[in-house]
Write a protein that binds this ligand. Structure first.
Ligand SMILES: NC(=O)C1=CN([C@@H]2O[C@H](COP(=O)(O)OP(=O)(O)OC[C@H]3O[C@@H](n4cnc5c(N)ncnc54)[C@H](OP(=O)(O)O)[C@@H]3O)[C@@H](O)[C@H]2O)C=CC1
Ligand SMILES: O=C(O)C1=N[C@H](C(=O)O)C[C@H](O)C1
Length: 250
């Protein structure tokens, strides 16, 4: 059986360099290009890449995906910075290339995907819920894509269940003291040397609290999800948002 021809964009970055090694080590894949800032995207077509793993920056991801979609190259995207406007733009572009698949995964680690799932289940049963994400200080954005997605899923689950807004009697506060408001859920971002990627979902009800915590201790935690995404995206046209769509979690 022929191997899946995979390219990595952002190949010299923290997660990109790990992805290069993971693709090289996968028996069913061939690494056909490993590109960084300044490299020509034409290398993707010249090398015959079937799937691009996009791990660059929020500033470059849209142009990179535009190139991939125009050339019918599937993409697995870990890069953050996704807004509704960006998702709409990408969906419009994909409509012009109906056989191409793009997976955007706010987080590739199984533990983080399960954290989101558990948080969705728990959220309607508690009065209060807040998200704390903790990352290395070189991370370019805050809050993390994972925390944003987690808060959105929590808000959706509470809306569906008709849960009342979380109580908060704060009358005065310094700017930022209550975190960022993501869809009504406070999200707090910590940047600390020594950390990699961590998240806590704090839930509180009468006389009890529940904490759901996940820790990515090494970039290797993201690799099985990236490889799974690359294998599945080639037969999944259109936009898929979230790795959970490629996992049987029910
Ligand atoms: N979904 C997930 O599970 C995960 C997602 N991420 C996300 O992945 C992204 C990258 O994170 P991280 O590796 O820590 O960041 P890094 O800054 O370490 O890596 C980004 C790399 O992309 C390169 N780059 C910048 N612009 C381009 C371009 N136009 N074409 C090709 N390469 C480019 C950078 O080069 P240069 O250094 O020269 O600027 C750098 O080598 C972030 O958005 C992060 O949040 C990270 C971990 C897990
Ligand atoms: O920049 C990182 O490191 C990470 N980024 C992603 C995010 O913003 O959620 C995923 C993970 O948290 C690591």
């Amino acid at each position: 059986m022929s191997k899946l021809r995979v390219a990595v964009l952002g190949a010299r970055g923290r997660i990109g360099s790990e992805a290069v090694k993971a693709v090289e080590a996968a028996d069913d894949m061939e690494l056909v290009a490993a590109l960084g800032r300044g490299d020509e995207l034409e290398a993707l077509t010249v090398s015959g890449a079937q799937v691009v793993v996009e791990l660059t920056t929020p500033a470059s991801v849209m142009d990179n995906l535009d190139f991939c979609v125009r050339h019918g190259i599937h993409a697995v995207v870990g890069t953050t910075g996704w807004t509704d406007e960006r998702l709409t733009l990408l969906t419009d572009r994909l409509a012009r290339s109906p056989e191409t698949g793009v997976l955007i995964a706010p987080n590739f680690s199984i533990g983080a995907v399960l954290t989101m799932k558990f948080a969705q289940i728990a959220a309607p049963y508690f009065e209060s819920v807040e998200v704390v994400e903790l990352h290395h200080p070189n991370k370019v954005d805050a809050p993390s894509g994972t925390a944003t997605r987690t808060a959105q899923l929590i808000a959706e689950a509470r809306r569906r269940a008709g849960t009342a807004p979380a109580p908060d009697a704060t009358a005065t506060a310094l700017d930022g003291a209550r975190g960022a408001n993501v869809d009504g859920v406070p999200v707090h971002a910590v940047r600390l040397r020594g950390l990699l990627a961590h998240q806590e979902v704090l839930l509180g009800g009468e006389g009890e609290t529940l904490t759901i915590r996940h820790d990515s201790l090494h970039h290797s935690s993201f690799m099985p999800g990236i490889l799974l995404g690359a294998r599945r995206v080639v037969t999944t046209p259109g936009l898929t948002f979230g790795l959970e769509n490629f996992l049987d979690l029910n």
